[in-house]
Design a binder for this molecule. Structure first.
Ligand SMILES: Nc1ncnc2c1ncn2[C@@H]1O[C@H](COP(=O)(O)OP(=O)(O)OP(=O)(O)O)[C@@H](O)[C@H]1O
Ligand SMILES: O=C(O)C1=C[C@@H](O)[C@@H](O)[C@H](O)C1
Ligand SMILES: [Mg+2]
Length: 165
């Protein structure tokens, strides 16, 4: 959360002339309510089921840039579905993440002691993010445009290598 997935996906979509989808947005549309309300009314397990369905649908139907929710890759089926896709991990450290998510009122998993919650999530998830990523871009102290430029450079280089092979 706060790594810039939504923001950077939009910049990349514009740069490449590709459409952009965001699974958090798709989940909210499918449920007809906000993520916060899904967590409060239905719980995290229900949210994760909607998220799994949203990622599967987007990977099948959408050719473009896809921003995932921050916890999507914790799901085994989602990780399997991502195999063969280029997955970019936008890495963010604790203090930049805290600055970016502000009060965290729209992010239910960060309610309470936000700094401690972010640290716990980062510690628990970093190995999974690293495992699932084909490319990693560090975002601390960088603008979203700078991050998007580096993602584009790395993805375009990887595409060229693939074409040459
Ligand atoms: N590199 C950056 N530097 C400073 N602020 C940033 C950067 N990237 C994103 N932000 C800001 O941080 C906030 C969170 O960004 P964004 O919503 O893109 O993150 P996200 O990774 O999609 O989070 P989530 O997992 O909650 O969907 C936004 O206000 C955005 O403008
Ligand atoms: O990191 C997470 O688990 C989450 C991140 C957001 O993108 C949303 O998907 C939701 O707030 C949960
Ligand atoms: Mg997002």
């Amino acid at each position: 959360m706060g790594a810039g997935k939504t923001t950077v996906a939009d910049l990349l979509g514009r740069r490449w002339g590709l459409s952009v989808r965001d699974t958090d947005h798709d989940v909210e549309t499918a449920a007809g309510k906000s993520i916060s309300d899904i967590f409060v009314d239905d719980g995290e397990v229900a949210f994760r089921a909607l998220e799994r369905a949203a990622v599967t649908a987007a990977l099948e139907a959408h050719a473009g840039v896809l921003a995932l929710g921050g916890g999507a890759v914790l799901d085994d089926d989602t990780r399997a579905a991502l195999a063969g896709h280029r997955v970019v991990f936008l890495e963010v450290g604790l203090s930049d993440a805290v600055k970016r998510v502000g009060l965290g009122i729209t992010r239910p998993l960060l309610m309470g002691n936000m700094r401690a919650r972010i640290k716990a999530l980062l510690d628990e998830r970093l190995p999974v993010y690293r495992e699932v990523a084909s490319l990693t871009v560090h975002t601390d102290g960088r603008t979203p445009q700078d991050v998007a430029d580096e993602v584009a450079r790395l993805v375009e280089a990887a595409e060229r290598t693939q074409e040459d092979a």
